[in-house]
Design a protein around this ligand. Structure first.
Ligand SMILES: CC(=O)N[C@@H]([C@@H](O)[C@H](O)[C@H](O)CO)[C@@H](O)CC(=O)C(=O)O
Length: 322
């Protein structure tokens, strides 16, 4: 593999896709082409499959392959197809990594082991190396999401150490609020050669300002136009008024407004759905786009009619969509 191939050269908005289910809980793969078209129309240029929104950890390995294949078939619309292969026993993650190569995925991403959690950078590097080496032909991204995994190791140091051991290491999905400190360190790590993608919508603007390459955020499934404008305005340097037709103060107001709109929507979902956040997010997806990705799987709880009504009422009161 050449240096260029092992890098994940990507800039833009990538949707962490919801796995569509039928009401009986079986996969609804037939809807994926329409879902991919919707993302494409909103300016989304990649998909992150079988992650948190995708409920990868609630799917069987066979189902994860089917979902990955369906997105790979829709790559004409979906753009870059990144398959999250972690959250399982190592053997299955390696099998999914090989499968990702066989279907022409753009890259794989991987969580740490969720039970035998790594306690040191060396342990995390060793684990990632096992997975990455099963798919040496394509880039490997680490999926950093400490609030879910409990693995809180410093990512800038991880990238430095992993780059010496994993030839196809290309970067990470950084799902932490620490974008201006640790996240910035990741951008500077390994001579600035790693791709760093933001994972929390709440810090989308900040992450763009410090130079993250892109965003993988749930809101990109249903409000990509607002998110795209937010990312675009946030990427304009303050001292370079000449490149932007929107005056600086107006621009800052608009950034503030757009970031707040995204945050408010997530606050509504969190308030009514708590731990069944993906159930709520899937309901929002259906309400705002008409693409029905169905219910979430347990342990996410189904939404009661009352919760659905509360979500709908608050959504409308806050003018989503415009
Ligand atoms: C934990 C979680 O759900 N994170 C979301 C965010 O978009 C999140 O929903 C949003 O920032 C609200 O907190 C994405 O990062 C999910 C994601 O990338 C994935 O599906 O793997």
């Amino acid at each position: 593999m050449t240096t260029k191939e092992k890098k994940f050269e990507y800039k833009g908005m990538m949707a962490p896709t919801f796995t569509p289910f039928n009401p009986d809980g079986s996969l609804n793969l037939a809807i994926i082409p329409r879902y991919a078209q919707l993302l494409h129309d909103g300016g989304v240029t990649g998909v992150f499959v079988n992650g948190t929104n995708g409920e990868g950890m609630s799917l069987t390995t066979a189902e994860r392959k089917l979902v990955a294949e369906a997105w790979a078939k829709s790559r004409g619309m979906a753009g870059k197809v990144v398959i999250q292969v972690g959250g399982l026993n190592l053997r299955d993650s390696q099998e999914l990594a090989r499968h990702a190569v066989s279907i022409g995925a753009s890259a794989i991403a991987c969580l740490p082991h969720l039970y035998d959690k790594p306690g040191t950078i060396a342990e995390l590097v060793a684990y990632c190396k096992e997975v990455a080496s099963a798919a040496p032909e394509i880039p490997f991204l680490y999926y950093h999401i400490p609030f879910k995994t409990g693995v809180e190791l410093p990512m800038d140091k991880f990238l430095e150490a992993a780059s010496l051991e994993i030839p196809n290491l290309a970067g990470l999905k950084f799902t932490s609020m620490e974008v201006e400190t640790e996240g910035y360190g990741c951008l500077k790590a390994v001579g600035g050669s790693m791709t760093v993608l933001n994972g929390f919508d709440e810090v989308m603007s900040k992450s763009r300002r410090v130079g993250f390459h892109g965003a993988i955020g749930g809101c990109l499934n249903f409000m990509p136009l607002e998110a795209g404008r937010l990312l675009c305005l946030s990427g304009i340097a303050d001292d370079d008024g000449s490149t932007c037709c929107v005056p600086r103060l107006e621009r800052l107001d608009e950034i503030y407004r757009l970031q707040n709109r995204i945050n408010t929507l997530w606050d509504i979902v969190r308030k009514h759905c708590g731990c069944s956040f993906v159930s709520g997010a899937k309901f929002v997806m259906k309400s705002l786009t008409g693409v029905d990705v169905g219910p979430a799987r347990k342990p996410q709880q189904p939404l009661s009619e009352e919760t659905e009504k509360l979500l709908s009422d608050e959504r409308r009161e806050n003018n989503y969509p415009y």
